[in-house]
Design a protein around this ligand. Sequence first.
Ligand SMILES: *[C@@H]1O[C@H](CO)[C@@H](O)[C@H](O)[C@H]1NC(C)=O
Ligand SMILES: *[C@@H]1O[C@H](CO)[C@@H](O)[C@H](O)[C@H]1NC(C)=O
Ligand SMILES: *[C@@H]1O[C@H](CO)[C@@H](O)[C@H](O)[C@H]1NC(C)=O
Ligand SMILES: *[C@@H]1O[C@H](CO)[C@@H](O)[C@H](O)[C@H]1NC(C)=O
Ligand SMILES: *[C@@H]1O[C@H](CO)[C@@H](O)[C@H](O)[C@H]1NC(C)=O
Ligand SMILES: *[C@@H]1O[C@H](CO)[C@@H](O)[C@H](O)[C@H]1NC(C)=O
Ligand SMILES: *[C@@H]1O[C@H](CO)[C@@H](O)[C@H](O)[C@H]1NC(C)=O
Ligand SMILES: *[C@@H]1O[C@H](CO)[C@@H](O)[C@H](O)[C@H]1NC(C)=O
Ligand SMILES: *[C@@H]1O[C@H](CO)[C@@H](O)[C@H](O)[C@H]1NC(C)=O
Ligand SMILES: *[C@@H]1O[C@H](CO)[C@@H](O)[C@H](O)[C@H]1NC(C)=O
Ligand SMILES: *[C@@H]1O[C@H](CO)[C@@H](O)[C@H](O)[C@H]1NC(C)=O
Ligand SMILES: *[C@@H]1O[C@H](CO)[C@@H](O)[C@H](O)[C@H]1NC(C)=O
Length: 531
Amino acid sequence: MGNTFLNLAILIIFHFSMPTFSMKLTTILTDQSALLALKDHVIHDPENVLTTNWSTSAPVCNWFGVSCGSKHRRVTALNLTGLGLVGTLPPHLGNLSFLSLLYVRNNSFYGGLPVQLSNLRRLKYLSFGNNSFSGEIPSWLGSLTELRTLFLYQNNFKGVMPFSLAYLSKLEVLYLFENQVSGSIPSTIFNISSLQEIDLSYNMLSGSIPSVPRDLLLLEVIDFTTNNLTGHIPKDMFDHLPNLKGLHWSLNLLSGRIPASLFKCKELQVLSLAFNQMEGSLPIEIGNFSQLQDIYIGRNHFEGEIPKQFVNLTLLRLFDCSHGNFTGIIPHEIGNLNNLNWLNLAFNNIAGSIPPQLFNISTLRMISLDTNQLSGHLPSNMEELYLDFNHLADSIPMYISNASQLTLLDVSSNYFSGSIPDNLGNLRNLKILNLASNNLTSSGMSFLFSLTNCRVLEKFLFHSNPFISGELPRVVGNLSSSLEEFSASSCNIRGSIPNEIGNLSHLINIELGGNKLIGQVPTTIGGLEEL
Ligand SMILES: *[C@@H]1O[C@H](CO)[C@@H](O)[C@H](O)[C@H]1NC(C)=O
Ligand SMILES: *[C@@H]1O[C@H](CO)[C@@H](O)[C@H](O)[C@H]1NC(C)=O
Ligand SMILES: *[C@@H]1O[C@H](CO)[C@@H](O)[C@H](O)[C@H]1NC(C)=O
Ligand SMILES: *[C@@H]1O[C@H](CO)[C@@H](O)[C@H](O)[C@H]1NC(C)=O
Ligand SMILES: *[C@@H]1O[C@H](CO)[C@@H](O)[C@H](O)[C@H]1NC(C)=O
Ligand SMILES: *[C@@H]1O[C@H](CO)[C@@H](O)[C@H](O)[C@H]1NC(C)=O
Ligand SMILES: *[C@@H]1O[C@H](CO)[C@@H](O)[C@H](O)[C@H]1NC(C)=O
Ligand SMILES: *[C@@H]1O[C@H](CO)[C@@H](O)[C@H](O)[C@H]1NC(C)=O
Ligand SMILES: *[C@@H]1O[C@H](CO)[C@@H](O)[C@H](O)[C@H]1NC(C)=O
Ligand SMILES: *[C@@H]1O[C@H](CO)[C@@H](O)[C@H](O)[C@H]1NC(C)=O
Ligand SMILES: *[C@@H]1O[C@H](CO)[C@@H](O)[C@H](O)[C@H]1NC(C)=O
Ligand SMILES: *[C@@H]1O[C@H](CO)[C@@H](O)[C@H](O)[C@H]1NC(C)=O
């Protein structure tokens, strides 16, 4: 009787003074039962870690992934990273009142986050990243005011970003990337002065970019890639970000100009604004970013000259301002950029000649200059070379076959004349060869012989070269068995179609029309046939 009364009294006290009492009343046994509840909620444990290791015959503090405080011997960290666990999180985890680190990333937990986790006021490091959690991002996360890192990335969280996240005044890293979060970014998120990195990429966020009201001396990376953010970048956005290194805002709907305040970010390494609706010019101050490595600003409505100052960016690796309305020339000082490996200036109005110095940059792996107003001759040394739709003339030099890493060579729609080099077969890695729409010649189609050495060739186009004459040699049947597309239409080829063409077993599309050929493409070829 007395006992029951006592229990009842404790229960009542417990009920009415919960926070303080619950702390006092919990013990390592509470921690143990919370972890056992988690074990119960795991329905698949492929490495049998919990099944075999989390046994009541061993002290909780020795369990795999569990760490305890040295004095109070209570569970302070639970790290179950990458165990392939499948299951849900039980509310009991909210009883691990000394927990400061909770990592369950790289597993397959699903369902929502239990509200009881909001009791874990000592939590500093929280990662639910790369699981299958769903539901809304709970607003109670904003009450975990000791949090330094909050990782919710790669899950199925929906709904909005709770405003309360801006109350996490000690937060250093916030990763919400690859979820389905919508609505706008909390307007006061940049009031968190401890912020170092914020990654909200690959969500469905809309609205505008919040302004930065105070110095964020530690903030280095803002990644908003692939959302639906709109509006202008606030003019004073960069007044308080002296250590910003990565600005990743591509694939949004941002408009307006690049604000002048950007040039206060002297540490900037990555400027990524591609696929937006921005306008105006690329300011000459771009040359002041001595740390800049990547300029990725294509697919906007930028115009004006490409500032020649960019040639002073000696750390530059990537320069992509394709699909704009840029004018100007490619300065020969571009040869100074000896870290450059990606140059894409395609679809602009850049004029002048291609400076030969460009081809002295040994790091260059991709260059795309197609659809500009370039003129002059052609040199080479890289993996992918797109020069189509320019005004390049003269012949394709023999030395192009020295560019042994080349996987793609596209010189289509230029004014190339002269003979097609007979040594293109030295480009053993070539997958795509496009020589179409030029005035190239080849006597007896001799260039075809060497191309039989290109065993990975998938696409081979040389149509619309009216001076290519002669018969289609039988050796055409020895071209790569991976060849899927072959186009020789609108040349001056005559004679009969060799039966050997039927050996090209993977051919999907063959075009031979506009020649003086007789006969038929053998019906062994599976796909579309056009004569
Ligand atoms: C459980 O795992 C821990 C940490 O790996 C290890 O030290 C301990 O011996 C294991 N205990 C059992 C019973 O397997
Ligand atoms: C968590 O566990 C993973 C895998 O065992 C380990 O790589 C990582 O360093 C651990 N992290 C912490 C903070 O203990
Ligand atoms: C811990 O949490 C659960 C659910 O939140 C509760 O039912 C349980 O009794 C709690 N207390 C202890 C001491 O395990
Ligand atoms: C998650 O798994 C991937 C692939 O297994 C691994 O590369 C990555 O380092 C893991 N992440 C963590 C945080 O353990
Ligand atoms: C996510 O975790 C799984 C293990 O559950 C791992 O195989 C995968 O590589 C991880 N993905 C990433 C991007 O880390
Ligand atoms: C910004 O943070 C400070 C504390 O660092 C706080 O006093 C202030 O209320 C916050 N402002 C907003 C708008 O949240
Ligand atoms: C952006 O909005 C459009 C139209 O509402 C939608 O189709 C698209 O999926 C959205 N994209 C992202 C990344 O949210
Ligand atoms: C950029 O550098 C030039 C010198 O190259 C200097 O005159 C100018 O003041 C700098 N601009 C900024 C915003 O620092
Ligand atoms: C380039 O300018 C023309 C003429 O003003 C405009 O029609 C076109 O949309 C612009 N292109 C881009 C990519 O902004
Ligand atoms: C590059 O920098 C040097 C030294 O700072 C300067 O003299 C030169 O004018 C700059 N070149 C361009 C094109 O801005
Ligand atoms: C290319 O580099 C070589 C060797 O460094 C040098 O002799 C040559 O002048 C350079 N060519 C151009 C066009 O800069
Ligand atoms: C090909 O040569 C003809 C005649 O010399 C010329 O009219 C035509 O513009 C040239 N076409 C190309 C694409 O160079």
